[in-house]
Design a protein around this ligand. Sequence first.
Ligand code: NAD
Ligand code: MN
Length: 498
Amino acid sequence: METTVQINPNSIKFDENYGPIINGEMVEPVYGYIDAVNASTGEVLSKIGRCGKEEINQAVKAARAAFPVWSNTSIEERSILLNKIADVLEENQERLKMIESMDTGRAIHEFDADYSIAIQQFRYFASAIFTYYEGASRPVQNGYLITKKEPLGVCAQIIPWNVPMIMTAFKLAPALAAGNTIVLKPAEDACLSVLEFAKLVVGILPKGVLNVVPGYGKEAGQALIDHPDTDKLAFTGSTEVGRLVGKTAGERIIPVTLELGGKSPHIVFPDVDIDQAVENATFGYTSFNGQSCILGSRLFIHDDIYDEFVKKLIERAKQVKIGPPTDRSTRIASIINEKQGKRVLKYFDIAKKEGANILYGGNRVTVPGHEYGYFIEPTIIEAESGMRISQEEIFGPAVTVTRWNDVNEVIKMANSVDYGLAAGIMTGNLEQALGTANKLEAGSVWINSYFNFQTGAPFGGYKNSGVGREYSKEALDAYSQSKTIVAAYQLPPAGFFK
Ligand code: NAD
Ligand code: MN
């Protein structure tokens, strides 16, 4: 992918602090600020608002007030504004990528893909909205039938820290295109890029259409989902909080979109070129420092090639460069924070205790100048499919390897988890590839190329991985409701009710 000149991380100037953006302005939060921390060095980069009920009330009020006018703008106008947002994101991307790399601890080179996806997302919905309303009306005797799509209203959206700009784009683009107004709660661990982006975008949109309210999950997040005057909840993050969001939506009878965890199988057939397959598998489990709901975290390798494959997988792991996030040659950098770092390491202990075999890695390593960060080796664990290490989301650069012989058996193992977000298959045999893809319980299946995202293709989870689809036209359904209007040419004859 083409990249422009990298910005020097030392040249980045942050605002002294970032309050919530409400009704087009950055305002002072009532309860002050939270440190925004560089994940690998521990340096305080700036401060973000510690928002709570007060800010959420104001933000929902602003979004509510903006809704009547915004929902009546033409789709032409909304499309122009979405394209402007894409342009602004594109123009400012190098600076925003660097900010996001420092804030999250993820390797800078990965953000080329993140930002390309995010920019495309705004352009996609700027176009998709034109064709969304097409369609024939059902014929009606002596009258007309009109089915309209109307926006839902005020959308409450909560996003995690692993891919902040992708998440922002996934949430904002379809909601705005469909004519909704928004209160977005970014994650406390990484939202500087989102707030910098929001500062650029509020000038493009009418006041109150987009409000961004940072803060802790238990304060700002909880207040947002509990607020009685929103019309939609959208959440990406842990299954635990996702259940809470779903429960609240159920009580309030409003629609909900959930994108939760994953434990994606990656199945290797015996006909593959082993070097190529090892490369693809390594990319699949080390990207995002392993902090991704779509990580290819369970490798199922055919018995015929298992020994050679695993040997090469270990050799390849040794070459994955662990280093500072802002160094372009780094491939694995720092986990988001200490809590998550310790959680990953704890999973390796669990694995050992349940009899799994750590074939490579399993340790935290020190990167000079970044001693604060949790840098974790690419870790390869030989495990049985039923073990906790094979069932639960680790959210670190780790993969389990498991042997298989029979295709029906491997499909059964692949499906034997609570999650169903993504899956991978490697084989040159089309019948095997598509036959297996059909039987996998997963919202996205990538054959021969992991993380093969295509703008406009539905993305979302089966089973506990979530409810609803994003990234595609289906997201417009998730931010709209239908109204059927049936018009008869005239009143029925008098006496028809006898
Ligand atoms: P989390 O679910 O706690 O955080 C995600 C977002 O939800 C953040 O913005 C957070 O502030 C907010 N939040 C937290 N508690 C809330 C509440 N009670 N009400 C409303 N909002 C709330 O996730 P985490 O603690 O940062 O990570 C824990 C685990 O979640 C990870 O190890 C991983 O397994 C999973 N996770 C998944 C994704 C994903 O993309 N699906 C992203 C991040 C984390
Ligand atoms: Mn941070």
